[in-house]
Each structure stands twice: as structure tokens, then as C-alpha cells.
Design a protein around this ligand. Structure first.
Ligand code: SF4
Ligand code: SF4
Length: 189
């Protein structure tokens, strides 16, 4: 099967402008010093390094960037953003690229990570804050992991973990309410 790297490179000359409009950043300020990549704690799991993501955005390689694993592997720790001498907010750029990939219906390279994002955001939209007691169930259902774990018996590990967390007071049985739920729902759309 033809891989993305083997296909002819498609260039979208408006791509960097689209990303800059979403983030209000000046990505062309990047001079490829690689300080972002050298500080990133999860490069071992990435297929394109953070400095390369910025470079590819500036080169209009939308298809390659939106299909990469890196944007989903990024844990939004902001180390790269803090280290950048040119105030390129790489973490915010990764978020914008995720948003763009979902909006444009690109095949998500890390579907389980996406399922976790959806489970987390749906919870925030519904309750205004995360309810740990519901998050894992929602993630397991959305990712399809529930059926796999039921099938191979590893669901027992999840149950044991949940019970241990409950005993240590880390897993409440009921969600806590907050003020401003409606406003949070409006922000998340
Ligand atoms: S640290 Fe900033 S300037 Fe250096 S490569 Fe990364 S984004 Fe570019
Ligand atoms: S925000 Fe993402 S890209 Fe930046 S250092 Fe953290 S994990 Fe790496």
C-alpha cells in the first residue's frame, strides 16, 4: 500500500495562513533552532519532531501534517513553547492542528488518543468539570477498548485500579457541581 511519504507532495500555499489565523501566531518567526524538539519529553513516540511540524506548516504540507501522529502524541506540556526564543507557541499550534484535522475529516492517526479527547471534552461540556468516575468508562466505550478488554479478561485490571483509586479517595462516586456550566458549554460549542 502506498504510504503518505511515497505520494507526490501536495502543497497548500494557504496552510500556514490558516494555522496562523486559528492561533494568532507568527509561525514564520521560527528559525529552526530545534530548542522545542530538544526539550520535548515525548519525541520518542512522534513521527515528525515539533520543529519539523512548524517547518512543514510553513511549507504548506497540510496533508502530511494533519495526518501525522505527532499532533495527537503531544501532551500539551508547553515545554517547547517556553523554550522557543521566537515566541512560537508550538503547543497551541498542535491544538489548532488537531482541531483542523477533525474538522476536515482527516483519518486520525491516533484514534485512541482522539477517543480520550472526546471523552474528556464531552464530560467538561456536560458537567463543567471532569468527573473521574465517568471518564474511564466513557473512554473505554468510545475507543472500543471495552470490548477488547472484556474479551481478553484485562477488564479486571481496570476494575482493580478503579477500586484502589476509590479506596485512596481519588475516584469519587458522584460528580461535583460547579457554577457557570452553561457558559462553559457555550465556550466549547
Ligand atoms: S524553538 Fe521556536 S524557533 Fe526554534 S525550532 Fe522550535 S519553533 Fe522554531
Ligand atoms: S507541548 Fe507537545 S510538542 Fe511541546 S514539548 Fe510538550 S509534548 Fe512536546
Amino acid at each position: 500500500m502506498e504510504t503518505l511519504q511515497q505520494r507526490p507532495i501536495k502543497v497548500d500555499p494557504t496552510f500556514s495562513t490558516q494555522v496562523e489565523e486559528l492561533t494568532s501566531l507568527n509561525l514564520s518567526a521560527c528559525f529552526q533552532c530545534r530548542k522545542c524538539t530538544n526539550g520535548c519529553p515525548v519525541t520518542f513516540a512522534m513521527d515528525i519532531f515539533p520543529d519539523q511540524v512548524i517547518r512543514l506548516v510553513n511549507l504548506g504540507q497540510k496533508e502530511r501534517v494533519l495526518a501525522c501522529r505527532t499532533i495527537w502524541v503531544c501532551s500539551a506540556c508547553e515545554t517547547c513553547t517556553t523554550r522557543c526564543p521566537n515566541e512560537v507557541d508550538i503547543a497551541a499550534t498542535m491544538d489548532a492542528l488537531k482541531e483542523m484535522a477533525v474538522r476536515e475529516g482527516v483519518r486520525i492517526s491516533e484514534p485512541k488518543t482522539y477517543a480520550f479527547h472526546r471523552a474528556f471534552l464531552d464530560d467538561i461540556k456536560k458537567r463543567g468539570r471532569m468527573f473521574e468516575g465517568r471518564l474511564m468508562q466513557s473512554y473505554l466505550l468510545k475507543s472500543g477498548e471495552l470490548f477488547r478488554k472484556l474479551g481478553d479478561g484485562t477488564i479486571k485490571e481496570e476494575i482493580t485500579l478503579g477500586l484502589n483509586m476509590y479506596k485512596k479517595g481519588r475516584l469519587p462516586l458522584l460528580p461535583k457541581g460547579i457554577k457557570g456550566k452553561r457558559e462553559i458549554k457555550e465556550i466549547l460549542g
